[in-house]
Design a protein around this ligand. Structure first.
Ligand code: NDP
Length: 243
């Protein structure tokens, strides 16, 4: 009943929302979990506490995904604390909605640094410590499939980059027995979407927002031994929105 007993997971951006749900789910299924955060130490502490209350082991590490050295340090911290690394969930990401005319170079760089460069570097750092059977899961977005909302060009671009990056990295890591897959959620009820979720609901075929735990379930499948034949895939989970 605990498929991840004896395994260690790192969740980049695991303090709140989807990342926290993934961390709780992996811990419930037996993994020791390291979560990173950047701005909300109290949320990170809450997630660690929730995991400990369900009998698991967790540790929060401050690591800005825009900072290459911090990403590497977080992975080393996880390996030093728990002795190995088996699962990496690369979830940290930001959303800025602005029309093409309004995007400054600074904002463009910030989006790319966290949502694209940070994802690549997190995968690179984590893979370096994994053995055969290692599992890497990115959180992209259904915005990589359909960029249908004004102001979403840069966000969609970053998530499109994640989808194709995962294919290339999957090929590189296949000989080492490590799989890399990408989850593409649609609207999930989190802090990121709190001011837009009600407007989106009528457009979602299932007429509701997704729950973070629903993404946690897919993370658990992709982290499991069962998913071993799947690599380089992007799986959209969006209530049918991008259809
Ligand atoms: P939230 O804004 O609720 O949470 C974001 C998480 O990422 C927090 O744990 C936050 O840490 C962390 N984070 C943000 N920036 C950084 C950074 N620079 N370095 C380290 N950690 C960082 O977002 P969601 O849970 O909604 O989204 C998570 C992922 O899922 C994102 O990649 C997002 O693009 C993607 N996604 C979300 C959808 C949705 O509808 N919610 C839909 C499709 C994709 P802290 O608490 O310290 O700020």
């Amino acid at each position: 009943t605990q498929p991840f007993a004896g395994k260690t997971a790192i969740v980049f951006g695991g303090s709140r929302g989807i990342g926290a749900a993934a961390a709780r789910r992996l811990a419930r299924d037996g993994a020791d979990v390291v979560i990173t955060y950047v701005s909300a130490p109290e949320k990170a502490a809450e997630t660690v506490k929730a995991i400990e209350e369900q009998g698991g082991k967790a540790l929060a590490v401050k690591a800005d995904s825009a900072d290459p050295a911090a990403i590497k340090a977080a992975v080393i911290h996880a390996v030093e604390r728990f002795g190995q690394l088996d699962i990496a969930v690369v979830n940290a990401g930001i959303l800025m909605i602005k029309d093409v005319a309004d995007f400054s170079v600074e904002d463009l760089d910030r989006m790319l640094n966290i949502n694209v460069r940070g994802v690549y570097l997190a995968i690179q750092a984590a893979a370096g410590f994994m053995q055969r059977g290692g599992r890497i899961i990115t959180i992209g977005s259904n915005a990589a499939v359909r960029s249908g909302h004004p102001g979403s060009s840069v966000y969609s671009m970053t998530k499109g980059a994640v989808a194709i990056m995962v294919k290339g990295i999957a090929v590189d890591l296949a000989p080492q027995g490590i799989t890399v897959n990408n989850i593409q959620p649609g609207p999930i009820a989190t802090d990121m979407t709190s001011d837009m979720i009600d407007a989106l609901k009528p457009m979602i075929p299932v007429r509701r927002a997704g729950e973070p735990d629903e993404i946690g379930g897919l993370v658990a499948y992709l982290a499991s031994a069962e998913s071993g034949y799947m690599t380089g895939s992007s799986i959209t989970i969006d209530g049918g929105l991008a259809l």
